[in-house]
Design a binder for this molecule. Structure first.
Ligand SMILES: CCCCCCCC/C=C\CCCCCCCC(=O)SCCNC(=O)CCNC(=O)[C@H](O)C(C)(C)COP(=O)(O)OP(=O)(O)OC[C@H]1O[C@@H](n2cnc3c(N)ncnc32)[C@H](O)[C@@H]1OP(=O)(O)O
Length: 216
């Protein structure tokens, strides 16, 4: 929403976010979420301190901590405008709506994912690249949580059945093995009730120091 300084124009309400330095947490429910999405979110969400098995990961549109740490590869302008791929569309519900929950004890991550209309591939269905993106993101978060900072070295995907645009699916990942710098993660995307398998994937993640990003 815009702040209008012109006296003759109608006064518009100013979003408090304009004056707030608190970043938006995209993993919290918004009005674009379907009842199914909200139901699944509530199923995994736990009260803080409630001792539940699942912990929701907050999700921002950039990695604040590292945003200004680089500068060797990217100009300051590019760096300051960089946004996390899955969170770079502001319109709620248009693209990737998701929340990731981590179960540290079981080394598992579950993501409730609602695919918006900008993710179309085959008519009415989600683009394979968008599916790969959410898999990379959730398996990557799972590996990061267990092994620290990692990069994806290998991702294998079997697309078993198409995912309808607007539908809500579950992305369920588990760390299978950690060996030295290597972390293997497997992943399944199913319908919300688990009855239909959409996608199966495996990923290999390699632990790196953050400096790897700037030295190649
Ligand atoms: C801590 C708290 C955490 C809190 C929770 C956090 C939540 C986080 C939330 C949200 C996360 C969002 C997550 C986003 C996720 C997105 C991830 C991406 O998209 S990453 C971008 C795409 N990937 C690249 O651009 C990599 C490019 N590749 C490389 O940089 C290098 O190739 C790299 C680092 C992968 C490996 O290079 P080397 O030089 O460091 O190491 P070498 O010696 O080559 O490999 C190490 C071992 O891995 C094997 N290896 C490497 N690549 C392999 C491959 N493709 N297939 C099989 N093995 C491979 C090698 O054979 C070697 O194994 P041997 O140690 O000898 O046993």
């Amino acid at each position: 929403m815009l702040l209008c300084a012109c006296a003759s124009a109608p006064v518009q309400q100013v979003s408090p976010r304009l004056f707030s330095s608190a970043p938006r947490d995209y993993s919290l429910p918004n009005d674009s979420w379907s009842a199914e999405m909200r139901r699944l979110y509530d199923q995994y969400d736990q009260e803080p301190g409630g001792g539940g098995r699942w912990k929701r990961l907050p999700s921002y549109n950039r990695f604040l901590k590292y945003a200004t740490a680089g500068g060797q590869c990217l100009s300051r302008l590019v760096q300051s405008r960089a946004r996390l791929f899955t969170r770079n569309i502001k319109e709620p519900g248009a693209a990737f709506e998701y929340a990731i929950f981590i179960n540290e004890e079981e080394k598992r991550a579950v993501c409730v994912f609602q695919a918006g209309h900008l993710l179309e591939g085959p008519p009415g269905h989600v683009h394979g690249g968008a599916i790969a993106t959410i898999i990379d993101n959730v398996t990557g978060a799972c590996a990061t949580y267990i092994s620290g900072f990692v990069l994806t070295a290998n991702l294998n995907i079997n697309y078993c059945s198409p995912i309808s645009l607007g539908s809500v699916v579950l992305v369920d990942c588990a760390v299978d093995r950690v060996e030295g710098r290597k972390t293997w993660v497997s992943c399944r995307i199913t319908s919300a009730d688990g009855s239909k398998l959409h996608t199966e994937a495996t990923g290999l993640f390699v632990s790196v120091g953050v400096s790897h990003l700037f030295t190649g």
